[in-house]
Design a protein around this ligand. Structure first.
Ligand SMILES: *[C@@H]1O[C@H](CO)[C@@H](O)[C@H](O)[C@H]1NC(C)=O
Ligand SMILES: *[C@@H]1O[C@H](CO)[C@@H](O)[C@H](O)[C@H]1NC(C)=O
Ligand SMILES: *[C@@H]1O[C@H](CO)[C@@H](O)[C@H](O)[C@H]1NC(C)=O
Length: 573
């Protein structure tokens, strides 16, 4: 039925489109656990979110089963902004975003850290044709960016953009903790969560308040809605609720402490845990055995308070727009986050993990034609954002997007879609959503497949440390076990096999794991390989708290194994 309707719409696409393209207000946060935005998830009971949750729940369509395609800032955003999976775009880590703009101009920050040859080689491989920003510009949108973008892509080559946009997509350049992560050095690489938690800050996130001020000033300068001739795409993107966990009494008052679910950590840490998970907990410095419930709750409520602050700030942007006469009849409002936050679940903080807290993201839209009060349970992911935005912008030249990883979700939201049928998600489709992670706090590659109620997680086995016998797959029934407490991999080998086939239909995970590890080792060789032992040891001791002689032997064995299967010429760019 839906297919037939789509085919009809597609056949009619040559008809003149609406006289004026609708405006798009794109709101973004960093580290927002998607479950907090789903009115039916228990996490959503913990905090008042009158805008991000309640407004979208009533006035828009909420895609409550949305996932990050790689749960970390730069990989996730690079994937979302180009509509490509991480294995396609190879923005593996926070130290490697998009090396050039779509016209091939190299990113200056990339050159600063890695040099022209390396950036040119990456740009050649990445070879993407458009981002959501340039795509909408092509469709006639006035595009304005404020706040956190974090993809590279030459955006910040422009000093004017640099003034209003933060986070370059390359963070600190080559990072020892990332390139040596597969040496499996089990030491903290981060500060412990409690040392990052404070609830007595008087004015906590001034940079996000400034971002919102700037968005509001820009809106102030717009013509009133009825006089506006050029459609706009306004991107307003906050850093909160990203840790550190800092808040104050104003925001804590929005949190319902008694409704915060306390996580139940499985016993036997670390010996009886999956070695991937125990590595991540140790790396995140949540390995101490003596956390009290009060301490865990202190972190958790501080996080939810930061969610309330983000809600307040983004609501201000929307209100400014409505004061100028803009509304859901002429403007789409879109809200997403790049990934979630573990917030002490599974003995973890930050993201990086395929568990729900980290990989689930909010994705909600409201605007012309969009169903109000609709909760969509079809699986979606952030690679669907680019086709959806182009569809909102009435794209007709879909041929240029032949290799997109995602599809437009407008039809799911009940709104007219001009995308060709193969680029439109339908309600009855048995959809597969994939995520992958290849960076710090994960010692080897991890790959997630979501389909129906199932979540399958498997690991990259390229190096001998990560043998299939030790790094066994995980399988959860997320519908029945939303806390992902019971690994069903041993009981459902057939489903496991089917989900592995789904993954391999898209790419070979072992090949991807090998590509990432080659690149990590090449960067290690280039940036750290010529250091004398004493200086290298010094740097390692700074990257890994408590690094010792045994760890150093591990690193040497790791380097030997990688060197044995990488030809020397592969070590040079
Ligand atoms: C880059 O992609 C375009 C199509 O988007 C293609 O025509 C071109 O050959 C590609 N270039 C490289 C170097 O792969
Ligand atoms: C908390 O911080 C906000 C800014 O984030 C500020 O407006 C408010 O006054 C502060 N509240 C307290 C109790 O310090
Ligand atoms: C918990 O253990 C760590 C060492 O593992 C210690 O530094 C810390 O003081 C302990 N905290 C409490 C509250 O006992």
């Amino acid at each position: 039925m839906a297919r037939a309707l789509l085919a009809l719409l597609w056949a009619l696409r040559a008809l003149p489109v609406l006289a004026k393209r609708p405006n798009i207000l794109f709101l973004m946060t960093d580290s927002m656990d998607g479950r907090v935005l789903d009115p039916e998830a228990v996490q959503s009971q913990a905090v008042e979110l009158p805008f991000l949750r309640d407004f979208f729940a009533k006035q828009g369509t909420n895609f409550v089963r949305s996932y990050a395609n790689s749960p970390q800032c730069v990989p996730s955003r690079s994937s979302m902004c180009t509509g490509r999976r991480t294995d396609q775009i190879e923005a593996w880590s926070n130290e490697k975003g998009l090396a050039a703009s779509e016209d091939g101009t190299l990113d200056k920050t990339c050159i600063y850290f890695y040099g022209t040859n390396q950036c040119a080689a990456w740009a050649k491989m990445q070879n993407y044709s458009e981002t959501i920003f340039s795509g909408l510009q092509r469709l006639g949108y006035g595009v304005k960016l404020y706040g956190k973008v974090d993809i590279g892509a030459g955006l910040m080559n422009d000093p004017k953009v640099r003034e209003t946009v933060s986070a370059s997509g390359w963070h600190q350049g080559a990072n020892l903790g990332i390139v040596t992560r597969s040496a499996d050095i089990r030491r903290p690489t981060k500060q412990a969560p409690l040392s990052l938690t404070s609830d007595t800050q008087d004015h906590v996130h001034p940079e996000d308040w400034r971002t919102v001020d700037r968005c509001q000033e820009w809106i102030q300068a717009l013509p009133p809605a009825e006089q506006n001739t050029e459609p706009f795409f306004l991107y307003c993107s906050l850093n909160i609720p990203h840790p550190p966990f800092q808040t104050n009494a104003t925001w804590l008052a929005k949190v319902k402490e008694e409704k915060i679910p306390l996580p139940d950590w499985p016993p036997g840490f670390p010996q009886e845990w999956h070695p991937y998970d125990s590595y991540m907990s140790i790396s995140k410095h949540v390995e101490e055995m003596n956390y009290t419930s009060e301490e865990i709750l202190r972190v958790r409520k501080t996080y939810y308070a930061m969610c309330a602050e983000a809600d307040f700030l983004l609501n201000r942007v929307w209100e400014s727009l409505t004061h100028k006469g803009y509304g859901l009849d002429n403007t789409f409002v879109v809200y997403v986050s790049d990934h979630g936050e573990m917030n002490m679940e599974h003995r973890q903080v930050w993201k990086n993990s395929m568990y729900e807290g980290s990989s689930r993201v909010p994705f909600a839209i409201a605007g012309p034609g969009v169903a109000k009060g609709r909760r969509v349970t079809q699986l979606t992911s952030l690679v669907d954002v680019l086709p959806t935005l182009l569809d909102m912008g009435q794209e007709t030249d879909w041929e240029r997007h032949a290799d997109l990883a995602g599809k437009s979700v407008l039809l799911l939201a009940g709104a007219p879609s001009l995308a060709p049928p193969q680029l439109v998600v339908t309600p009855d489709e048995d959809r597969v959503v994939v995520s992958q992670y290849h960076s710090n706090m994960g010692n080897t590659g991890s790959f997630m497949v979501r389909k129906g109620p199932w979540k399958y997680i498997r690991f990259g086995h390229t190096l001998s440390t990560f043998s299939p016998e030790k790094y066994t797959p995980l399988l959860f029934n997320v519908d029945e076990d939303p806390g992902e407490a019971e690994n069903l991999a041993g009981q459902h080998s057939q489903i496991l096999g089917q989900l592995e086939v789904e993954l391999r239909a898209l790419f070979d995970p072992e090949d991807v794991d090998r590509r990432v590890k080659s690149e990590d080792f090449r960067l290690y060789h280039r940036f750290f390989g010529s250091l004398d032992q004493r200086r290298l040891r010094n740097k390692l001791e700074r990257a890994y708290a408590g690094f010792d002689e045994g760890d150093f032997r591990k690193l040497q064995l790791w380097a030997k194994e990688l060197a044995s299967w990488l030809a020397p010429e592969l070590l040079v760019v």
